[in-house]
Every structure is written in structure tokens, then in C-alpha cells.
Design a protein. Sequence first.
Lengths: 642, 140
Amino acid sequence: MNTLLMLLIGLFFAYALYMASINTKHFRQPIDFLNANQELPPWVFLFTTTGIIISSLGLYDHLLLSAHFGLQFNHVGMGLLILAGVTILFMKRLWLVSRISGLKTAGDILAGYYSSETIRIYVFVLLVLFAIPFAGKSLFAIGILFEVTTAGVVDRHLATWGMAFFLFLYSCIGGWRAVVFIGTAQTIILLALLMFFGVYSFAEFGNMPAIMSAITATTDATQTRDILYDRIPGVIQFTNGLGKEISSGGVWTTAGIFSYGLALTGIVLSPAFCLLSISARNTRGFAFQPVWMSGGLAAGLLLLLSPLLGLELARLNFFAAPSTSTGDLYFSLIQKIADFDQVMGVLFVFMLLVSLQIAVSFFATAGANIFSLEIFARFIHPGAPDLVLKKCARVGLFVIFFIMALLASSAPLSLMMLGDLALSLSAQLIPAFLGLCWLSWISRQGVLVGLILGLIFVVFTEPIGIVPFGNLFVELPWGRWPWTIHSAGWGLAVNLLSCLLVSSFTKKRDNREHRNRLHTQFSRACTNLDPRPNLRTALWSLTLLWVFFALGPGAILGNDLFALPILSDQAVDVGMPSIWVWQVVFWIVGVIILWWMVHQLGIRIGHGSRYGQVALIENHTLMRQGTIPKWIRLFLERFTTR
Amino acid sequence: MQPTLLRKEVLERHALVLSFWLGFGLVGLALIKLGFSLGDPASILFGFALLIVGFVAHILINRIYSTNFTQNEIALGLFLYCLSLLVFVFSSIVDTGLDRSRFIAGTAGFLLIFVSVVFFMVTRFGLRKAFKFFDIIRKF
């Protein structure tokens, strides 16, 4: 099996290098390396974003958590519908802002719109968090996967460095366009293999009654660990958090699930994802992707198939060796599949590898390119030609991959702790994007206060803040995710509240002339299909109702509604756990609402849309490009004038 | 006459075609291999069905880019089809363990691919022109 696996990986890398080299050969402009000259075809957004979303969610960890917590964790798949909603709300308008203002990155756009360097620094910190720790978590998992699959023949460190080198190689040769083109292939492979193994798992059980009895048996087994496998353990639990107090029945209450769904929106609001949206040629695919690919296909696959794969993993744990570690857990499943058929075993490992690779190459490449476009071009070497920016991006790629591999190999705990912050901190940008895209009255002061408070609450509800504070000063009475609310939920609650409060008091003081001009351009470019306000009200009411029942406190009803209907004393056998039926029903309803949202929100940008240019940056003295410091200029001249 | 694609569109089309074939081809071939190993005709047929889905996806991509299959793609497709057909025929003769159900499934699969391609050619080019593609003896 090792030989076959290496052969398949080798073939894939040959394909990746081929794609990278033909991209370099045909697209010789340096700007193509950095952001594909903002000419990416629509299908890239369609497919690559889906792969990025699944990869960032972490299929590897998702299946393990599904095995551990069962259907209560499976409910987080509904969070992808919130993510899809955020994509619909913001990405088209972000693309439009980029075309109107001529700015190429989210950091530039937000900093220019709010006239704030602090926001730029915040976005830069996010960029670094995603490029190194967040992507590094996936690289670390790749190393573990290689080690367990090859039974130690390929050491974790060797696998980590080897994979980092190959991912760096094709990213460095091909640039942004190559990375996203290869990302499309990786996504299609991932989706195809996920469907394949979902069907395989179903066939392994045989039929739904067999799955039901397996769930029942696993439920009985997990109760000894006080985890409810087939239901959500409540709306909220007022526990002190992980590490301080154990939640009864599991940590995935509706509060936990909803707040985790909010954290997932951090994927869409990350600087890298924004760069992908901005570098699209047009907005075709921006409506189809969130409704049918993220909300429909990705969420559907995870909701329907990950319980089956998780159940397989769980059965190997409870009925084989209860003390099995997570690495060995995957090894047991891989061995089981490989015993059935070698090729299938290899494909299962390949599926997990591909799901991890997407995040690594995407976020690392985006990190280097955005650094070059935004920071290097604006502050370190203003007026640098595109060729210099391309070289800077390549050097940046090397540095990012090197640090990532070093940390993944020797200090993975630091990656975990920092990487866990990335999504939560990225989700704190929701008010900023709301102000940019929809609500012009949100002020700079409001956004900044919200971001700072949100950051504090996120950090102090994650180990990165709790542990050092406890060691240095005083032990905090709460642990990770107190009250079973994810850190993103804590941050956003405080963030939104303070942003709205401060904005209401400061909106008149804010210099918003350029912002009003931008929103005027939105009105010119975006057509509203149906101007009737009643329909909009109905849409938003239905959306809130859906959120309440799908992800909010109403989801608790799903525990028993389909098994013990209201007003009936008799139990009903629907063939599936009630909560699973609830998840499927609200997934379908959610997709319909997303479709309606796309068509009713007035975000369609017609092909012949007219819009003017609005300068977001040049008006403000703070934003003007300075002259390059002499010592940096001399240092760079040594390399660029040879 | 098909409009000439810009260089970037040629590359984009090529990348998309490769992506689809990597996905569908990998799973399709895995299913076929699984079917032959385990003696499951349904898996073999599903595998061939996936290859046909890949072919349909390729046709849709051609439609989006308003172009046809390139000479290289036709040559590669023909080569792979003939090679795999030869391997199948050879193994049917040599491998005494190949039972009837697998043989029938494999044969049905190859026929299905052939019929799909011919159907596409007839609907795309018309009966006469489709026949001319095979009527190479006139050129001698």
C-alpha cells in the first residue's frame, strides 16, 4: 500500500508541477503571479472556494469529532449555511468595491474605507495567522497521517518537510493562478472521493436499520463517557468551560453549534478568501457557489456522510480497543479499508491528504502575495515594479513554508494554539464588512472598538490567553469556551454590541464623504429584482426563524420531534435518529432560503453595469504612500539591480 | 467554424478539463478495479458510468468555451480506450478466474462508452458527418 500511495502522490505532484509550469509559460506578466491580474475564470470561484471551505473546516478533525460526539457534532455542518449566507452578503460587493476603488486586497479596502491603519494591522495579523499557524495545523496533520499510514516507515518530520517542499515548489513556480487551478482539481477529487467513501460506508452497514442499531450501540457505549451520541445536549450549559468543568452530555449545545457556525464565517472573511473573490474576472458564480456548492453540496455531504464515516471510526474505537489514540484510530480505519481493497485504502488516505493540502498551499500563497501587494508595495518599497513584487512574493513563500514546516515539525502545540485563533478573529470582521457593504452609518470608531473588544474576548476564551494569564498573573475561573459558547461567539457578541453603540454616537463625527460616494456607486451597479419591501421583510423574517430552529434553541426540538411527535403518545420509527432527520430537513430549507436571498437582496451586478471610480485611499494623509527609507532602498538595490 | 480561443482561455479550458477527469477518472477507475477484484458487476458498471459522466462534463466544458475536442484529446482518448480494451480482451483470454458476470459487465461498460461517443458524434455533427469520421478509407 505504501508504494501505491507514493505513486499516486507522485503522479499528483507531477500534475501540479505541470500546471504550474504551463501557467508560468503562458502568463508571463508578474502581476499574474500575484493575483492572476484579476482575471480568474468563474469556475475557479465555483470549485476552489468549496474545497477551501471543506479544507478549512478540517475534514480530518471533523471525522474524528464526529466519531467522538456523534450527531450533536454533525449539526455543525449546518454552520456552512451561515457561511454561505455571509458569502452572499459580502463577496459580490467586495469585488465591486475592488473594481470601483482600484484596490486589490481586503486590507487595503477596509483600511481605505475606514481610514484606519489599525484595521490594516488587524487584517495583517489575520493574514499571518492564516498563512502560518492555521495552514500549519493541516501540515502537521499531513505528517501524522503519513506516519500512521506507513506504520512509521515515513517519519512525521520527513513527511512534513517533504510535503512542505512540494507544496512550496508548485506555488513558487506557478503563482496564484496555478494554486487556484490546482485547488479546483483538488476540490473535485475531494468531493468525488467523499461521495465514494460515503457510499462505501453505507454499503458497509448495508441498510438504514443496521446504521440505526450501530448508532444505538455507540450511544450506549458513549454514555459511559457522558456523551449523548444521538442528540444535542441542551440549548446552553452554564459550565466554566473546557479544562475547568465537564459539560454534561457533550459540549455541542445549540449555543456551541451556533457560535461555531459564526466562527466558520471567518473562512470567508479571511484575507486569502477575499483575495480569491477580488481576483475573479467577474461575479458569475458568486451566486451559484454559496447556494449550491457550499450550502447544497458541501453541507449536504458533511451532514449525510460524515456520521457514517464517524460511526465507522467510533466502532473501531469502542469495539476494538477503548484506549486507542486518534492517530491509531485513523490507522485502524485505513487498515480496515485496505484489507477490503488496497486501492481503496490508498484512495481514502489520498482523500484526507488532498483535504489538508488545499488549506496549506492556498493560505500560504495568499499570505505571501498579499504581503507583497499590500505591505511591501505600500510601505517598504513604494512604486516597486511588478517584477520586484513577484520576487518578494516568492521570497515570502519560502519564508512562510519554512516557518510553517519548522513549527509543524518541532512545535505543533504553538500552531494549534495560534491556529485556533484565526477563524474566531477573522469572524470579528463581520461588523467591518457590514459597514463596507451595506450599512454606511457604521463608523470607524465603532468598528475599532468592536474589533479590540472582540479580540480580547476571543483571546481570553481560548488557551492562548487563558493559560499564560493564569501562569503569569492569576488563574482565570473559566476555561476554553465557557457556557459551551465558542470564542467567536463571545467575541462577536461584544463586538456587535459595542460597534452598534459606538457607531450610533459617532456617526456624525466620522468623515464619510468617500463612503457615501461608494454606496452611491453600489446603488448604480446593483440591480434589485423585486423592489417590494414586503418580500424583503418576509425573507429576513424567514431567515431569522430558520436560524432559530436550525441552529438556535429551537434545534433542541429535533432531538425527539420525529421519534416522539408532539400530541402523540406513540413512538414513531422513521428509520433515522430524529435529530438527523431534523438536520436534513433544515438543510434543505436553508438552501431554499439562500437561493431566495440571492435573488431578492438586490446584489446582482449586471454585465453592463455602470459604476464610477471612488478613491478610498488617496484622500487621506495617513494613507498616502511615503518614500522608501534609505537603508531599505540600498538593501533592495543590491538584489534588484544585479 | 469555431471561434479561436484566446491563449488564456485555452489554458483555462485545459485546466478545467484536467480537473474533471482527475476527479471522475480516479473514482471511476477505482470502482472498476474494485468490481473486478471483488467480482461485483454493479461496481464495474458504476465505474464506467462515472467515466461517461466525465465525458459529459468534458462536452459541457466544450460548450461553455464554444469549442470542440482537440486533436490531442481525441488521440489520448482513443489510445486509452483501445489500450484498456486490449488489456481486457487479453485478460479475458488468459485469466481463467474471470467469471461470466465480470466479463459481461466489462464488455457492457466498453460498449456503453463506445455508444456514448457515437451518440455524441451523431447528435453533434449529424449522421453523415459522423460516419465520415470513421470512413477513413476514402482518403487513401
